[in-house]
Write a protein that binds this ligand. Structure first.
Ligand SMILES: [Zn+2]
Length: 245
C-alpha cells in the first residue's frame, strides 16, 4: 500500500456505498449550494455524504477549531450521515495528479452513484479547481491496473451546484423544490457564524436573508416557494414524465 492509500485508513466508517457524494472546496459550500437538496435526498432515504476538500481557513473571523465546530453543527442541522475532510490546502487548491489520486481513491472507497461538484464557472480559483478535480477523479476512479485504493468504480452522474463568487445568473438544467427544507438549509448556514454573522453588516438584509431571496427567485421560476438550481454537462435521463410538474 503506498503513501496516498495510507491516508484513507482513517476514513469514517462506511457500511455500504453512498448514493450521493457532494464535493465541496470549503466547509459551507455544500450547505450554500445544495443544503435543501441534501435534506430532500436524506428524507427520501438516500445515503448522502460530503467531502470537504480543505478546511477553508484562514478567514477573517474563523480558526481551524471554530470552523470544525461550525461544520459539525451544520452537519447535524442537515442530518448528513457521512462527512470527511481531505485536508487539501485552502487558497492553493489545484487539480494536481496527487489530489486527483486522493479523490479518485475516495470515490472508489465510498462508491457514490452520483457526485455533485461546484459549478464550472466561478471567480474563486479553489472552486474551479475543485470542479476540474472532480471530473478528472471520476475518470481515474474507473481505471484498472492503477495504484488507487479500492476497486475500479465509475460514478454514474456528475451534477453541479451553484455556490459561486461571481455575479452570474446561471441557466440551470433543473430546479429542485426545496420549500419544505428551507428552514434546515438556513440553520445549516447559520451554523457558520464566523463566516456569515460575525463581522457582517448588522443592518438587513443578513446573508441568510439574501440567500432566502435567491431561493425564492428559483422557486418562483418553477411555481413553488423555494428552489435550488443545478447544472449538468451531460443530458439528464428520465424514466417517466411523472417527475415533471
Ligand atoms: Zn468555497
Amino acid at each position: 500500500m503506498n503513501q496516498v492509500d495510507n491516508d484513507f485508513l482513517d476514513l469514517p466508517n462506511i457500511s455500504q456505498p453512498l448514493d450521493v457524494l457532494v464535493v465541496a472546496p470549503h466547509p459551507d459550500d455544500a450547505e450554500l449550494g445544495m443544503g435543501g437538496a441534501i435534506c430532500k435526498l436524506i428524507q427520501q432515504g438516500r445515503r448522502v455524504g460530503i467531502v470537504d476538500l480543505t478546511n477553508g481557513e484562514p478567514t477573517p473571523f474563523g480558526s481551524t477549531e471554530i470552523r470544525a465546530r461550525e461544520t459539525a453543527a451544520a452537519t447535524t442541522a442537515l442530518g448528513i450521515q457521512w462527512r470527511y475532510n481531505l485536508g487539501m490546502k485552502n487558497r492553493f487548491l489545484e487539480p494536481s495528479l496527487e489530489n486527483r489520486h486522493r479523490l479518485a481513491s475516495l470515490f472508489r472507497l465510498v462508491r457514490p452513484r452520483w457526485v455533485f461538484a461546484p459549478y464550472w464557472s466561478d471567480a474563486h480559483p479553489d472552486h474551479t479547481a475543485a470542479t476540474e478535480l472532480v471530473e478528472a477523479a471520476r475518470f481515474w476512479s474507473k481505471l484498472t491496473k492503477s495504484e488507487l485504493a479500492g476497486q475500479p468504480f465509475h460514478p454514474e452522474r456528475i451534477y453541479y451546484y451553484f455556490c459561486i463568487h461571481l455575479k452570474l445568473v446561471p441557466q440551470p438544467a433543473f430546479i429542485l423544490d426545496i420549500t419544505e427544507h428551507w428552514p434546515a438549509k438556513a440553520a445549516s448556514i447559520e451554523a457558520y457564524q464566523s463566516q456569515f454573522v460575525t463581522g457582517r453588516p448588522t443592518e438587513p438584509p443578513s446573508v441568510v436573508e439574501r440567500l432566502r431571496e435567491d431561493a425564492a427567485f428559483w422557486g418562483k421560476a418553477i411555481g413553488v416557494r423555494y428552489g435550488e438550481p443545478f447544472a449538468s454537462k451531460e443530458p439528464i435521463g428520465m424514466k417517466s414524465l411523472n417527475s415533471l410538474f
